[in-house]
Each structure stands twice: as structure tokens, then as C-alpha cells.
Design a protein around this ligand. Structure first.
Ligand SMILES: NC(=O)c1ccc[n+]([C@@H]2O[C@H](COP(=O)([O-])OP(=O)(O)OC[C@H]3O[C@@H](n4cnc5c(N)ncnc54)[C@H](OP(=O)(O)O)[C@@H]3O)[C@@H](O)[C@H]2O)c1
Length: 257
């Protein structure tokens, strides 16, 4: 394929951390492919970024909860002759509630978006990324990746998967020149908390980081296997390493009461 556009692909670019990735990458002069379900939001962002910076921006509507979404997305990239030079697997969501209390389909969709589509897209785009110098993948995990989370079991488990997968892939492909990193933010200002029914939790009431600061750290440190933005988050994870799992999982459960 003769590429007509070399661009960084950002999933979940219609809000929060993904939108901020798009903004900061645009400032750095990267062409972009923006992906999410809400195409109207992507198009508004794209026209703003094209107006401010000398870049091209493609928008693709995709529901990553669908099993064939990544395959269709990659087919669309090929049809538009886009060569992906960086991949930000950011789309994701959580939901507060017990395993038995939350609808099964909601939890299966969470695994599809947070885990399966992330792996699918990575597998399909990796060969192309290996052929591009200084290419990168940033997988958005969470501080939730480091312990179990009662009352948000599937979300925490999905992020533990993303962390483990990204660390392993980091080692597998570094010799090919692809930098893979797991970004592990703590509570961050975005639409996540309201989507996850978490605005009244101790975790979010204790304060959030801005998406701007989270993304700045992620892009600055994208050659590192694990990126934990914010001193508070770093300390929590460091202390967790020296605590029994019984303590860390109960603390996580309390933080999202
Ligand atoms: N905010 C936090 O406190 C926090 C902390 C740690 C990790 N994270 C992680 O950070 C990532 C971004 O979250 P955020 O905080 O920016 O939340 P957000 O503001 O709610 O944004 C989530 C993004 O994911 C997209 N998305 C959700 N479901 C999708 C689907 N089925 N198909 C395609 N796109 C979908 C949304 O787009 P559409 O709705 O338009 O599809 C939106 O662009 C997530 O992986 C989240 O788990 C967030």
C-alpha cells in the first residue's frame, strides 16, 4: 500500500484523556486518526485541530465493543491509505457495582473494549509499526492494574491484563524499534467517573489529576514500559508493593465505596 497519510491513531478521542492525546499530538505536528463512537465529537475536534495546526485529521466511527470492530477499522485505514506511525489504545470504560449486580453484557462489553479490541488492534497494526522508525504504542491501563478491585472486579482485572500485556510486548518488540508503554493514571478529570457511576467515591472526592498532565507525562515517557503519572499515584503503588494483597484489595474496595 502506498500511504497517503502517516498518522497517529487515538482510540477514544471523543472525550477525556483521548481527546487530550489528540490535542498534544497535534501541537507536536502529528497527523491524526481519531476513533470513537461519537463521530460528531470527533469531527468538531478535528476541525478545531486542523484550524490551529498544519495537520491532517481523519475521523472514524467505531464501536470497539463489537467483536469485528478492529478488523473493520484496519480495513478502513487501508481504504483511506493511512500508515499508522503510533497507536494510542485509550478507549475504555468502567462501571461500579458487584459482579452479580452489574448486567452481564455490560461487563462483557468492558472486556471487549478494554482488552480484546486493544489486543486485536495491536496485533493488526504491529507489522506496519515495525516498518516505521521510532513508532510507539501507548496502552492506557490504570493504577487499578496493580491490585484487585472489589465492586469493580472486571474493570480492575481488565487493566491488570493491559499492564501485563503491555510490559511483555515492550520486551518483545523493542529490538524492532517499537516503543510500547502502559500508561497507568489514577483518578483523572474526564467523563470516566460519571460513566462509571463513581463521582461520589472516596477515590474521586480525594482529587483528580488533569488529563493534560496525564498525557504530558505519557508522551514524555513513552519509551518506558510503565508510566505512572503523579506523585500520589506513584506513592500509592510503591506502598502497595510492600503490602499484603488482602490489604490492597480491601483498600481499593473502600476507595470506591
Ligand atoms: N479518568 C480516570 O480516572 C481514569 C483512570 C485510569 C485509567 N483511565 C482509562 O483512561 C482511558 C480513557 O478514559 P477517560 O478517563 O478519558 O474517560 P472518558 O472521558 O469517558 O473517555 C472514554 C473514551 O472511550 C471511548 N469509548 C468508550 N466506549 C467505547 C466503545 N464501545 N467504542 C469506542 N470507543 C469507546 C469514548 O468514546 P465514545 O463514547 O464516543 O465511543 C471516549 O472517547 C480508559 O481506558 C480508562 O479506563 C481513566
Amino acid at each position: 500500500m502506498e500511504a497517503s497519510l502517516r498518522a497517529v491513531l487515538v482510540t477514544g478521542a471523543s472525550a477525556g484523556i483521548g481527546e487530550e492525546f489528540a490535542r498534544q499530538l497535534a501541537v507536536a505536528g502529528h497527523h491524526l486518526v481519531l476513533v470513537a463512537r461519537r463521530l460528531d465529537r470527533l469531527e468538531t475536534l478535528a476541525s478545531e485541530l486542523k484550524g490551529r495546526h498544519n495537520i491532517q485529521v481523519e475521523c472514524i466511527a467505531s464501536d470497539l465493543a463489537k467483536a469485528n470492530a478492529a478488523e473493520q477499522l484496519v480495513a478502513e485505514l487501508e481504504a483511506r491509505k493511512v500508515q499508522v506511525t503510533g497507536l494510542i489504545n485509550n478507549a475504555g470504560f468502567g462501571d461500579r457495582g458487584s459482579v452479580q449486580g452489574l448486567p452481564l453484557q455490560r461487563q462483557l462489553d468492558m472486556i471487549q473494549v478494554n482488552v480484546a479490541s486493544l489486543v486485536d488492534l495491536t496485533w493488526r497494526l504491529l507489522p506496519g509499526l515495525k516498518s516505521v522508525p521510532n513508532s510507539f504504542i501507548i496502552n492506557v491501563a490504570s493504577t487499578a492494574a496493580f491490585q484487585a478491585g472489589p465492586n469493580m472486579a472486571v474493570y480492575y482485572a481488565s487493566k491488570a491484563f493491559v499492564l501485563s500485556f503491555s510490559e511483555a510486548l515492550h520486551e518483545e518488540v523493542k529490538a524492532d524499534g517499537v516503543a510500547v508503554s502502559a500508561l497507568c493514571p489514577g483518578a483523572t478529570d474526564s467523563e470516566f467517573a460519571s460513566e462509571a457511576n463513581m463521582t461520589d467515591t472516596v477515590l474521586f472526592k480525594a482529587g483528580t489529576m488533569s488529563a493534560e498532565a496525564v498525557v504530558r507525562k505519557a508522551l514524555d515517557a513513552r519509551r518506558r514500559a510503565i508510566v505512572i503519572p503523579g506523585l500520589k499515584n506513584l506513592l500509592m503503588i510503591w506502598m502497595g508493593k510492600f503490602s499484603p494483597r488482602l490489604v490492597t484489595r480491601r483498600l481499593a474496595g473502600w476507595l470506591q465505596k
